[in-house]
Design a binder for this molecule. Structure first.
Ligand SMILES: [Fe+2]
Ligand SMILES: [Fe+2]
Length: 477
């Protein structure tokens, strides 16, 4: 199989699309609808071209090419990681059997559902971010935004390919629906809550790419383990692209914190609001918000659906092959977050023991949480090196939750359970208020000149693909 895409084809791919005329025609008839969606729901800032990475290969020696591209002409392609002919199912009741090249009838509905839910998040984030170009702090950042956007578009293609290729008419109908639902729409919203929140400013964007895109990384990680090999190979390649999205979030928050520290030191004050930087308490509130809504994306602490997915081999654990157990989990247990009765008979934040299989959402959420701690650690290092005593932190898992065991209670970032009235009174200290949001938005003045950057954020340490920061990453229309 050749792994390099043929770019003379309408739809670049490494799946030998030309050998399956029916599938090719189906995708070619979906393509104009996708482009129409991109034009109406994609980035609003008019550009001539953008210095973008385009996936052209899945091999080890370079998989992407860089160049200035007019965005509507971006080549959204279909790429699956190379097939491992000896691959065996790594967990569940089919463990040790060869992986599946086709969808087994008994798991069709479940697999389709998993693919639709993943697919729905990809265009959703493009919709959420569509107006950010108008307020980009630099051309470098503008380019990164558009890179993330076109790749989320490609991830939609990845899921639509699976739906078209393996799920027949129902799959094609679902592929249409992926373009009809829209983020924040009252009539047909996106499936998951966090993907209906707006991304109104760049601090939100960096927090989103750090916390919410990272949820995507973990979901893709579980699907990469799937016994359904085409899904596994698709997700493996998507994870490669996700690394850049993670980098945008991580270094974006780095640079905001860096700039805040510089202004704090320069003026010897914590109160940098009047000085054009973002105060640390506001950064903390944005962090609290994006982290807590992203925790909700992992679902309830226990789930029999997810237990069944695991047993069937549809969806594994994060880094399944590094786990030192039987990969079946039929006799293991796990402690999960729960409301438990305290000595006085009141419901309190606690934990309870459940079967490991039903607690798999908790397992994945914990992997995610420990990853998120890495970001906080590096941002605190910036604070420490800047000689500032304040620190950022992740709020308690019960804080601001709308899904799972703690959806019905209120808790402070320290994990103290609060009566509703007190939560109402104090939540403005922990979540962005209208005043905070208005202030952050007031800073979002576009800087679209080469080599220049907004005052609220530090420049990046490195440019893209070896280019300097002052490279002409974007030509505006
Ligand atoms: Fe994605
Ligand atoms: Fe992403």
């Amino acid at each position: 199989m050749s792994t390099t895409a043929d770019y003379t084809e309408k739809i670049p791919n490494n799946v030998n699309l030309h050998e399956d005329r029916r599938l090719q025609r189906a995708l070619e008839s979906w393509q104009p609808n996708f482009l129409n969606w991109w034009q109406t729901m994609g980035p609003t800032l008019p550009t001539q071209d953008v210095y973008l990475r385009t996936a052209v290969n899945v091999g080890r020696d370079g998989w992407a090419q860089f160049g200035h591209v007019a965005m509507p002409e971006y080549r959204w392609g279909i790429f699956l990681a190379e097939r491992d002919p000896g691959r065996k199912i790594g967990f569940g009741e089919h463990m040790g059997e060869p992986v599946w090249d086709k969808v087994p009838g008994e798991y069709r509905a479940e697999l389709q559902r998993l693919i639709v839910i993943q697919g729905d998040t990809e265009p959703a984030s493009v919709e959420q971010q569509r107006n950010l170009g108008a307020t980009a702090p630099s051309l470098y950042d503008l380019r990164n935004l558009f890179q993330v956007n076109v790749e989320e578009g490609r991830h939609l293609w990845a899921m639509v390919y699976l739906l078209h290729a393996y799920f027949g008419r129902e799959g094609r109908e679902e592929a249409e629906e992926l373009l009809h639902r829209n983020s924040g729409s009252l009539d047909s919203p996106r499936i998951l809550g966090a993907f209906n929140e707006e991304t109104p400013d760049w601090l939100s964007f960096f927090m989103f790419t750090y916390f919410t895109d990272r949820d995507g990384k973990y979901q893709l990680g579980t699907l990469k383990e799937s016994a359904f090999d085409p899904l596994s190979r698709t997700c493996e390649f998507m994870l490669k692209e996700e690394a850049h999205h993670m980098m945008v979030g991580t270094t974006g928050v780095d640079r905001v914190v860096q700039r805040t520290v510089e202004v704090m030191r320069e003026h010897d004050t914590d109160d940098v609001a009047g000085l054009g930087a973002i105060p640390l308490p506001v950064i903390q509130k944005y962090l609290n918000f994006h982290y807590s809504v992203s925790l909700d994306l992992f679902g309830g602490e226990t789930s029999t659906n997810v237990a069944n997915y695991y047993t069937a081999g549809l969806k594994g654990r994060w880094l399944e092959d590094r786990r030192k157990d039987d990969h079946k989990l039929t006799s293991d247990s796990i402690m999960v977050d729960a409301l438990t009765e305290d000595a006085g008979g009141e419901l309190a934040i606690g934990q309870t023991e459940v079967l490991a299989l039903t607690g798999l959402n908790t397992d994945l959420r914990r992997e995610y949480i420990s990853d998120c701690q890495g970001g906080v650690k590096r941002w605190n290092r910036i604070l420490e090196e800047g000689g500032v005593r304040q620190r950022l932190k992740l709020p308690h898992v019960a804080f601001n939750r709308k899904v799972g065991a703690f959806a019905g209670i209120e808790a402070s970032p320290d994990g103290e359970q609060l009566p509703a009235g007190e939560w109402q009174r104090r939540q403005g200290r922990w979540l962005p208020t209208e005043v905070d949001k208005t202030y952050v938005r007031s800073l979002m003045q576009p800087v679209h000149q080469r080599g220049k950057i907004a005052a609220w954020i530090a420049p990046p340490r490195n440019g893209i693909n070896g280019q300097p920061f002052d490279y002409d990453y974007v030509h505006l229309a």
